[in-house]
Design a protein around this ligand. Structure first.
Ligand code: HEM
Ligand code: HEM
Length: 496
């Protein structure tokens, strides 16, 4: 679209939309253009989107029920006896199921919907979308069963599934990458919308990571340690992060009915993310036999990560500026807001965590588990929820009850707050105990009350997921209330 056309479009926008930006609207507004999908394309897109959302929700329920059992085992180690329920088997079941069953499947479903809608085109291939969904789920089921039977690559964190199962997941990724690129390539808009930079970039990069993670010659000795850091941090930084940011870039303008604050800042954050993130993995192995220079480089780039993190967060917060009153009236917006704050605070915390002086205290403690949940839950999971609550009602025309969405929000926010704060404080005390050379059992005793609080927070989180499951049912296959065109915001016009 030419700048002149955009300016014309800006002139046609409602008064307050024009006032909200002093610049001409370049194609940063997902609400600005008309949809060009046929009814069949539309139906097909919605059924794919709902199926990804529904299976992901089942994985969230399963994975976090396992997380709950794990949490209670800290206070009552004999809870859930027998080989199949040991901590060592259930922990990777929880992490892999949240990563690959919940977050990955939900994010891919959202990415398909966003790619098609923002590109004003049908999905490149409906068949590939279904094949991808089946492969993701087959991998997650097979991985879970294998782990519970004791078959695992236990020393490879977040890739404990035996390698043939990881190959199935890799195939699902390749299928998804092909389908997303095909969809964006067929767009009827001139520019590639920002969200698609992030999602297509994320999927392509993850195919590379998943291949590196499986190559047999990197699975021994120090090479394995190095690749483990590379894999772990890129899984979170080049897979979940860009896909979740892609949702913000689409859902936020949609819910506010206002263009993103700066398209250029979004592109800048994309490239700086790509340059800095892949090099920071060694911060997981500070003080290890990995070369000292590699560890130092990882620390330096962890600091550099503040550039895309603060740039991206500023872009989202400036898009929301002046609209705090809408926040109190729109739960989807509140989910997105919490997600943005989770991204900003969790990633900034990560930068500090990477300093050697602080790693001396926090490494191996529950502080890191707090950071994992602040980011994977407070950022990624809230971003998914925000995206789903904005987009599923637009897709299906059905929305959940106001009470259900409020209950989900408050239980999840309060629960995760208790979870993260208790582990951050407890984890710091744990690290200080170790640093002062106290007997290990002293640190266990000191953690007891914090683990109980984590259990309380976790219970609220799990309950909120049950409510979320009901909300998903109402929005997709069940009989939810008819969505008002402007259900998410009092602002005019539902957009595309
Ligand atoms: C961009 C800034 C970030 C930096 C500099 C950073 C840094 C760190 C550091 C230093 C650790 C601790 C390593 C240890 O003590 O072993 C860590 C762990 C972790 N981070 Fe981050 N982090 C960042 C953002 C994120 C984000 C956005 C996510 C999720 C989307 C995330 C997920 C995790 C997870 C899951 C772990 C635990 C890894 C393990 O099991 O050892 N981080 N991060
Ligand atoms: C009801 C909600 C949840 C509960 C009760 C819970 C509980 C737990 C527990 C007990 C652990 C083991 C910690 C340890 O080894 O000390 C854990 C680890 C982990 N969980 Fe969760 N979890 C929940 C939700 C989630 C979600 C939704 C995600 C991701 C989207 C997630 C990602 C992780 C990760 C990455 C780890 C590894 C942490 C690390 O090594 O630093 N959890 N969780």
């Amino acid at each position: 679209m030419s700048l002149r056309a955009c300016q014309a479009q800006n002139a046609a926008a409602p008064d307050w939309v024009r006032r909200s930006t002093n610049r001409a609207i370049v194609p940063t507004s997902v609400t600005a253009q008309k949809p060009s999908l046929t009814t069949r394309d539309e139906r097909m897109l919605v059924s794919v989107f709902c199926a990804y959302t529904a299976t992901a929700t089942l994985w969230l329920l399963f994975a976090t029920a396992v997380g709950m059992l794990l949490a209670y085992k800290f206070g009552a180690p004999d809870l859930g006896p027998g080989a199949w329920l040991t901590f060592g088997r259930l922990r990777p079941i929880h992490t892999n199921a949240t990563f690959y069953g919940w977050a990955s499947v939900a994010l891919v479903g959202l990415a398909y919907y966003v790619a098609a809608r923002s590109s004003h085109t049908a999905l490149y291939s409906e068949k590939l979308a279904w094949i991808g969904l089946i492969l993701f789920n087959v991998a997650a089921v097979a991985g879970t069963v294998a782990l519970d039977l004791g078959y695992n690559d236990g020393n490879l964190e977040y890739r404990e599934w035996p390698w043939p199962i990881r190959l199935i997941f890799l195939t699902a990724l390749l299928v998804t990458a092909w389908n997303l690129i095909g969809t964006v390539a067929r767009r009827s808009t001139h520019d590639i919308y920002l969200s698609n930079w992030y999602t297509v970039g994320g999927v392509l990069w993850t195919c590379i990571i998943a291949v590196v993670a499986i190559l047999p010659w990197y699975q021994h000795g120090l090479g394995q340690v190095s690749v483990s850091g590379f894999y772990m941090h890129n899984a979170v930084g080049m897979w979940f992060t860009p896909l979740a940011l892609g949702i913000f870039y689409y859902a936020l303008p949609k819910v506010l009915n206002r263009p993103i604050y700066s398209y250029a800042l979004g592109v800048f954050a994309f490239w700086t993310n790509l340059v800095f993130y892949p090099i920071i993995g060694a911060h997981h192995f500070l003080f290890s036999p990995l070369p000292w220079w590699l560890q130092t480089t990882a620390i330096v780039f962890s600091v550099a990560m503040l550039v895309p993190v603060w740039g991206g967060s500023a872009n989202f917060l400036l898009t929301m500026r002046g609209r705090m009153r809408d926040m109190t009236r729109s739960y989807p917006l509140m989910f997105i807001f919490v997600g943005v704050i989770g991204y900003l605070v969790g990633s900034t915390q990560g930068t500090f965590e990477a300093f050697r002086s602080l790693q001396e205290v926090w490494h191996m403690t529950n502080f890191t588990v707090g950071h994992s949940h602040l980011t994977m839950y407070g950022f990624v999971t809230f971003a998914i929820w925000g995206g789903l609550y904005v987009l599923v009602p637009l897709a299906t025309g059905k929305e959940p009850g106001a009470f259900g969405i409020a209950l989900h929000f408050w239980m999840a926010v309060v629960g995760s707050f208790i979870y993260v704060i208790s582990l951050s404080v407890g984890g710091t005390l744990q690290g200080l105990d170790w640093k002062h050379g106290l007997p290990f059992i002293q640190s266990v005793a000191d953690m007891q009350s914090y683990w109980v609080w984590r259990g309380v927070g976790g219970s609220l989180m799990l309950l909120s997921h049950v409510v979320f499951g009901w909300n998903v049912w109402c929005m997709s296959y069940g009989g939810g209330a008819q969505a008002a065109p402007d259900h998410t915001t009092p602002a005019p016009g539902p957009g595309t």
